[in-house]
Design a binder for this molecule. Sequence first.
Ligand SMILES: C[S@@+](CC[C@H](N)C(=O)[O-])C[C@H]1O[C@@H](n2cnc3c(N)ncnc32)[C@H](O)[C@@H]1O
Length: 329
Amino acid sequence: MSACGPFELPDPSRAIWAQRQKLSDNLDRIKEADEILKEVMGGPKDFPRQQWTQFVSLILEFQPDLIIELGRGWGNSTCAFSLAAEWLQDVNCKILSLCLSDAWQTKTYPRLLESFSRHDIFRRVEAMIADIRTFDFTKHLAGRRRVFVFWDVHGWDVAEAILTNLLSRLKDVAHLVVIHDMADASHMAPDCLVGDEAAWLALGSAMPKFRFGSMCSQYEEGILLEDFATRNQINLRSAESSYFVNLTPAQVQILTSLFGPTYFSQYGFWYFFSAYRPQAQLQFRVSRLLDGLEAADTGASQPEPVSSKSGPKTLRARLRAFVKPMERR
Ligand SMILES: C[S@@+](CC[C@H](N)C(=O)[O-])C[C@H]1O[C@@H](n2cnc3c(N)ncnc32)[C@H](O)[C@@H]1O
């Protein structure tokens, strides 16, 4: 079984260090896939390039038997997960990939079939065009022992559905969730923190819209996630808190010389957590935060309605006011 034991949240820095030889031996395959993706997309998009080695090593360490990709887009993450699943030993890992977009079916996959030297690796991928908000995960989870979830789809509604339809079902299954497009302010340069967009882009990420303590999020799901984690005492960890804190300068130097600055960085721009709590009662509905605001909107708990408007628009406006967006210069 995994180096992580029966279940332990893996440490990304330990994973990339432990898997460095395997990654280095196979770096040409990663580069080949990355080049094809860039050609199909007309340049790098949606996926900071250090994430190829970060996610592949994390999956090799975690050893899932199912990877659920929420948001496939052009398929950068689909390719990274396919390579990782192929390199896993002793685990037959499937990839369930969900997206509204058909870019994989119409553009990326045909191009990979034509020119990627190992296109047989995609046999593990079930790439579905489906709406995550209404998707039934039940049969896909049956019999799975370790599940890796990649959350790269954005917005309120879909975040609520992921919490209630997927994570509530995973509570009793060992799993790891990686959520994309986040950042840890504790490790960002001062220029980033005062809202210099160019400083974020130079590090490989767009500037986040929201900040809660040190957690920065590009999209609204960060708000729901913070609420969910706080209510359930779930530890949300940043990639940066691992790569910056747990790697020694000598290890950073070795990893940089093995992969080059393109494919190794201590910045991840993702967070990770697990809601694996077999004995515990968790609250998956995004109720407390939203119910309180809804009640205020409809006047249910107030003698006088605080607003004549009701419904999601007012709710969103209230949440926007509630969570102060990062200042822009
Ligand atoms: C940021 S992209 C994913 C990028 C991808 N992970 C990669 O590495 O290239 C997010 C994708 O989520 C899809 N999406 C948005 N809402 C969705 C929903 N409700 N159900 C399924 N997919 C959705 C969009 O069509 C978009 O392709």
